[in-house]
Write a new protein. Structure first.
Length: 575
């Protein structure tokens, strides 16, 4: 179904002009007027959820609305076959004393060469006793997950990508998004390992990983989409990344540390992702090279917040307070666990800082600071990290402090580490503006002005390696930009790429123009919210935006709306 007629409705919902029930009613009305079937509408809603345009909760609630119209036999196209709802199974809300009715869902058949895993009708609700009793599940496929298998009648397994502590990861094709014309229907699927799944709380851990990661919308944290099961197979889907885990880099026998500039860029991005999570009350609790992905375009993504715990940081109260304690799983990596975690104390952000210091040390030197020993062993042997003396002073001192054995000697969180690591941020934009003014004056006087900081250097005059990096970023940046006005996820992706280009070439006209365009789009969203008398939502939009992308606070459109709403950018955001 063509999604264009729905764009205005989506926009009105996102700016608060429509509530979710009204959005669902309008979707159904348009579908009826166009003669579209419920299965087609379901595909569209799933596509909006997968792309990030709708939250997982909103997607599930909209899909649930369709159940009453579909709970009876559905016949489309004049055919005679019963057609169950497509894609994700839903739960029909029961009346008093009734059991939930689960509706199995089957979209268009997958390719003939694929092995179809028939969906267990009980397998898709996250509520109900079936999720707490894995022993009662029935297998839907005799063999292992492997290329050719179709999971949930939706995800065609194409390749195995790797294996981690929680299970295996596969590249899969999402048939729903392929049918909807998605430009890239591939996602990554993590399948929960057999041994891990036997733990009584493992399902809760993975469910919470999905929910937490969905709230951590940051360019240095992987985007997670869905959590579900197909028979005995429990899985989650997330964005598919191109690159390799950081542990593959470090484990290379020839690895002796990265050039300081490259190591510094990776450490900063890891710290940015962790700092964003810490600010929102989350602790990773199992940070290590294997949970960091180094993308081909030099972006860094932190993975697996699955064992992360909402931390009761001062002034931050988690959105839910369940009895379930993920730390009871004992999921930690001994060589990267802090002394306090080894003593079974509840993790806090400072424990992530210790692990971050270990990974940073390895990136600069090529080795673990304590030869792989645990914090307890290293402390007992009075070991101390020795960083190269020719390292810049700030990064060296920040890493040394991060590796302190006790919390009171370490940075409190990744944000504090980041400030110590890179120091005060220069007032780049203000300096550039002043120098440009001086350059214009000098040209008017007939004097050739050359800027020492490179702000007015033409692209052709940049070093060849910098040119190559910019060119590599421009393709995906431009592709995301074309979709940015209609899809929030692409707007985030586009601005992330363009800001990386500007970090390499501050005077890049295209990147500056497009960042301004993206800033105007966000400013328009905030203005619509404010015009609809929802100043709180408008302020929250700007605060979250400036937290994720501090550089945007200096863009005129956003600066103006922020000033009108009394939103103060984070310290240093205008630098």
């Amino acid at each position: 179904m063509d999604s264009d007629p729905f764009a205005d409705l989506i926009h009105r919902y996102r700016v608060g002009a429509l509530d979710l029930d009204a959005l669902g009613s309008e979707f159904e009305r348009i579908a009826r007027e166009r003669g579209a079937g419920m299965a087609q509408l379901r595909q569209l809603i799933n596509s909006l959820g997968h792309s990030g345009t709708l939250s997982t909760d909103a997607t599930d609630r909209l899909l649930r609305r369709l159940v009453p119209a579909e709970s009876a036999t559905i016949v489309e196209g004049g055919g005679g076959a019963d057609t169950a709802p497509a894609n994700d199974a839903t739960v029909v809300r029961p009346g008093p004393g009734e059991q939930p009715t689960r509706v199995a869902q089957r979209p268009e058949p997958p390719p003939h060469e694929a092995t179809v895993r028939q969906t267990d009708a009980r397998s898709s609700s996250l509520s109900g006793s079936d999720w707490s009793d894995p022993a009662a599940w029935r297998a839907t496929h005799a063999g292992p997950i492997e290329p050719g298998v179709v999971v949930k009648d939706r995800y065609v397994v194409e390749a195995r990508l790797g294996e981690g502590g929680m299970g295996q990861v596969f590249k899969v094709k999402d048939l729903v998004h392929e049918a909807a014309g998605d430009r890239n229907p591939h996602v990554a699927m993590k399948v929960l390992g057999e041994e891990f799944r036997k733990h009584p709380d493992s399902l809760k851990a993975l469910h919470r990983e999905t929910r937490k990661s969905q709230t951590l919308a940051h360019p240095n944290i992987i985007t997670v989409y869905h959590f579900d099961r197909d028979g005995t197979t429990v899985f989650m889907t997330m964005e598919l990344l191109d690159g390799k885990p950081l542990n593959d880099v470090i484990r290379d026998v020839k690895f002796a540390g990265l050039p300081p500039d490259e190591a510094g860029r990776i450490v900063e991005q890891m710290a940015e992702g962790l700092a964003y999570a810490h600010e929102r009350g989350f602790v990773h609790a199992d940070f290590k090279p294997g949970n960091v992905f180094y993308c081909a375009d030099e972006r860094v993504k932190v993975l697996d917040f699955g064992i992360a715990q909402p931390a009761r940081i001062a002034g931050i109260e988690p959105s839910e307070n369940t009895q379930f304690d993920e730390h009871s799983l004992g999921a930690m990596t001994i060589g990267y666990a802090s002394l306090e975690m080894l003593d079974h104390q509840r993790p806090v952000p400072s424990d992530d800082v210790y692990a971050l210091g270990l990974v940073a040390y390895q990136l600069y030197t090529g080795r673990h600071p304590f030869g792989g020993r645990s914090a307890k062993e290293a402390q007992a042997e009075n070991l101390a990290p020795e960083l190269p003396r020719d390292m810049p002073a700030r990064p060296r001192k920040a890493i040394e402090r991060a590796l302190a054995f006790t919390r009171d000697q370490r940075h409190e969180d990744a944000g504090e580490f980041l400030k110590a690591f890179r120091g005060p941020r220069p007032l780049q934009r203000r300096v550039a503006a002043a120098l440009l003014a001086l350059a214009a004056l000098s040209l008017a006087l007939g004097v050739r002005w050359i800027m020492d900081d490179g702000a007015t250097v033409a692209f052709a005059d940049l070093p060849s390696d910098v040119q190559e990096r910019i060119v590599a970023l421009e393709g995906p940046a431009d592709e995301a930009f074309q979709l940015a006005d209609g899809m929030q996820v692409y707007r985030n992706e586009a601005v992330d790429y363009y800001l990386r280009i500007l970090a390499l070439h501050p005077d890049n006209e295209t990147a500056n123009e497009r960042v301004d365009t993206l800033a105007r789009q966000w400013a328009a969203d905030a203005r619509r919210l404010a015009d609809d008398s929802d100043d709180l939502a408008a302020r929250r939009l700007l605060e979250n935006l400036f937290s994720a992308y501090p550089a945007l606070a200096s863009r005129d459109a956003l600066a103006a709306i922020a000033a009108s709403l009394d939103v103060t950018p984070p310290q240093g955001a205008r630098d």
